[in-house]
Design a protein around this ligand. Structure first.
Ligand code: DAH
Length: 342
C-alpha cells in the first residue's frame, strides 16, 4: 500500500515537470487530484485496513497529498504568468458594436423641417404643452363660446382662473406659441414651432389624442399672401422634390384672414392619383393664411404698421405620408418592431 502511494507520487511529479500549459494542468488535476482521481481512490482503499495501518498510512497519504498540491499550485502560477505575458492584444481587431437606439420617425421629420427653416433664417421657438385657455383659444380670435372651439375639443385641467372659468388646457395646436413669440420677440420676427398637441379624440387609425404639429410665423412690414405662397412652394420642393406643386384653397381658421388649405402634389404618384393621395393627386398637409389683426393685437403688435403670415403643418401626418405608416397609433406605441424600421 505504501508503495502504491509512492508510485502515484513519483508519477505525478514526473508528469508535472513536463507540463507547460493550462490544458496539461487540467488533465493532470483530473487524473490525480480530483475527487475521482487516482489519489482519492487510494485513500478509499485505506478504509479496509487495520486501525494501526490506517493511522500510519493516513498520515503519509496526507503529507504526500499536500506535497503534490503545493507543487501543482506552483506550476499553475507559473503557467498563468507566462500565458498572460504571451497573449498579445490585437488592437486592429474591429470592436463589437453596441446596439443603438432609433429615432422616432416624427423626430426625423421634425429635424428635417427644422433644417429647412433654419436655412431660411427662422428661429426655432418653443411653448408649453399645458397652455392657458387664453393663449390656446381667446388670443387666437376664438373667444369663450365661439363655435370654432368645438373643432378642437381637448383635455381641460381642473384649475380655475379668477373669473371661475377653467383656464388650463392641453394645447390643441402649436398656434398659441404665435402669441408667445410676438410678446417675447416683438416685430419683425420669423419663427417656427415644432411641438406636441392634444385633442379629445376617439382614437382610430387616423386619429390620435397626442400628435405633432409644426407652426410658422412671420411678422414684418408688407408681409403678403405672395410671400406665404412662395415660402410654402419652396418648402414643398425641399420636402418632396423639385417637381412638387402647391395648390391653395380657401379655408376658415379664426386666427387668419384670408385662410387657406395648402396641398402638395402627391410625391408617390406625382399627381396622377394613388392609394396615398386617395386618387386625388394632392396631399393636404398645411393650413395657413395672413395673421388676423386681432391676433397681432393680442401679441402686442400694431396691425396698422405690421402684417404677418402663419402656417401650421401636421408633423404626424407628414411622417405618415412620407413613411407610408397606415396607423397613427404606432408612433406613440413604443413598439420596437415598428420603431426599428427607421
Ligand atoms: N392650428 C391649425 C390646426 O391645428 C393649423 C393652422 C392653420 C395653423 C392656419 C396656422 C394657420 O398657423 O395660419 O388645425
Amino acid at each position: 500500500m505504501k508503495n502504491k502511494f509512492q508510485k502515484v507520487r513519483a508519477e505525478f511529479l514526473e508528469k508535472l515537470k513536463a507540463v507547460n500549459d493550462a490544458n496539461g494542468l487540467r488533465e493532470l488535476e483530473l487524473k490525480y487530484l480530483s475527487r475521482k482521481g487516482e489519489f482519492s481512490s487510494l485513500m478509499h482503499e485505506l478504509k479496509d485496513l487495520s486501525l494501526e495501518l490506517k493511522k500510519e498510512l493516513g498520515g503519509l497519504a496526507n503529507n504526500i497529498k499536500q506535497e503534490l498540491e503545493t507543487n501543482f499550485n506552483e506550476v499553475r502560477d507559473r503557467v498563468n504568468r507566462l500565458s498572460a505575458k504571451n497573449s498579445l492584444i490585437d488592437i486592429t481587431v474591429p470592436g463589437i458594436e453596441p446596439p443603438h437606439g432609433h429615432l422616432n420617425p416624427i423626430t426625423i421629420i421634425q429635424r428635417e423641417m427644422e433644417d429647412i427653416f433654419s436655412s431660411l433664417g427662422f428661429t426655432i421657438f418653443d411653448g408649453p404643452e399645458l397652455e392657458s385657455d387664453y393663449f390656446n383659444f381667446t388670443a387666437l380670435n376664438m373667444p369663450l363660446l365661439h363655435p370654432a372651439r368645438d373643432m378642437q375639443d381637448t383635455f381641460y385641467v381642473d384649475s380655475k382662473n379668477k373669473d371661475g372659468a377653467l383656464d388650463l388646457v392641453m394645447r390643441t395646436h402649436t398656434s398659441p406659441v404665435q402669441i408667445r413669440a410676438m410678446k417675447k420677440l416683438g416685430a419683425p420676427l420669423k419663427v417656427v414651432v415644432p411641438g406636441r398637441c392634444f385633442r379629445n379624440e376617439a382614437t382610430d387609425a387616423r386619429h390620435e389624442h397626442t400628435f405633432y404639429q409644426f407652426e410658422g410665423l412671420i411678422v414684418g412690414e408688407n408681409i403678403n399672401f405672395a410671400n406665404l405662397k412662395s415660402l410654402l412652394e419652396l418648402v414643398g420642393k425641399k420636402l418632396f422634390g423639385p417637381k412638387t406643386k402647391l395648390r391653395m384653397r380657401p379655408k376658415f381658421y379664426p386666427f387668419v384672414e384670408p385662410g387657406n388649405n395648402g396641398e402638395y402634389t402627391c410625391f408617390l404618384c406625382e399627381g396622377k392619383g394613388c392609394r396615398v393621395c386617395k386618387n386625388t393627386g394632392w396631399l393636404e398637409i398645411v393650413g395657413g393664411g395672413l395673421v388676423h389683426p386681432e391676433v397681432l393685437r393680442a401679441g402686442g403688435i400694431d396691425p396698422e404698421k405690421y402684417s404677418g403670415l402663419a402656417f401650421g403643418f401636421g408633423l404626424t401626418r407628414l411622417a405618415m405620408l412620407k413613411y407610408g405608416v397606415t396607423d397613427v397609433r404606432l408612433f406613440n406605441s413604443g413598439d420596437l418592431k415598428f420603431l426599428e424600421q427607421f
